[in-house]
Design a protein around this ligand. Sequence first.
Ligand code: AVI
Length: 328
Amino acid sequence: MASNTLTPQDCDSQIMNSQFYKDVIAGLGSTPKHLDSKYFYDAAGDKLFQDLMSCDEYYPTNCEMEIFTSQTAEICEAMMGNGDAFDLIELGAGDATKSSHLLRYLIDNKADFSYMPIDISDNVISLLNITLPVTLPGINITGLNGEYFDMLKKAAAMSNRRKVVMFLGSNIGNMPVADAQEFAKELRRHLSPGDMVFVGIDLKKSPKTVLAAYNDSEGITKQFNLNLLHRINRELHGNFNIDNFDHYAVYDPETGACRSYLISLTQQEVMVGDKLIHFEKDEYIFMEISQKYTMAQTEEMAIQAGFKATAHFTDSKNWFTDAVWLAV
Ligand code: AVI
């Protein structure tokens, strides 16, 4: 007789068929070991990232916020172009704190637009669909839950209005340079001439400033990285002893790559599901890249992908840019 109750075996097979499990096992089974930073963001990871964003040493959020609050009109005018209707699409919208400044200005200035946040989290989209009409009365919002490019296709099928795609917060920096370039090309393939991308990119600066942001004195970044091991324990029947790992970040001023690692403090064996993972003492797990660019490199990336960089907005310290790329 069919039953709705899941047996322990059903639970195990659900876990082992999950993409999270497959990626973790593949990453920890590789040499060198690595984990994908997209898995940082469970509920605890989201909270740690919020804490990080309000920590003094983590500058990117404050820089981008300064750009949005001090140059709201100029940014919105660039997005509005000649005043024709447009779809404002945000990739990885989160709680839309930053974009809210722009949305408020656009609504107050009677711009003809609809806001389409895209996020992989169903929760995020449901929440935005409920909260934004309250905090921003008059907003026309259609939240899209799914992978970026699938949802961009869906947005294109829903209307033939001009598209303005926002990709904020230096999220593009969490890809190696070649992947970021490929991502920009793929973005261009989903757009038409006249469409626009508004992309937040962290710029090269004093190596000490960059490193401090990824090695903060309160240890929030460390907890943020270690949380992925907690998450593996919680969700994949792992038995990581978290105290046996330390966080290590390096910044290379030559390439602009800031990399985070977890270091095994001892020789140890860890179970994840039914897999045994061996760690040598001092062996590392590569966790994340946060790539920094020169302004010239950002413009080159735009050109290579089939865009023209028409403007860039920077904060007063010139640490961060929100660039406007026009599809040509
Ligand atoms: C989300 N992303 C742009 C952050 C960054 O700066 O790379 C994630 C982060 N990792 C450690 N600190 C912040």
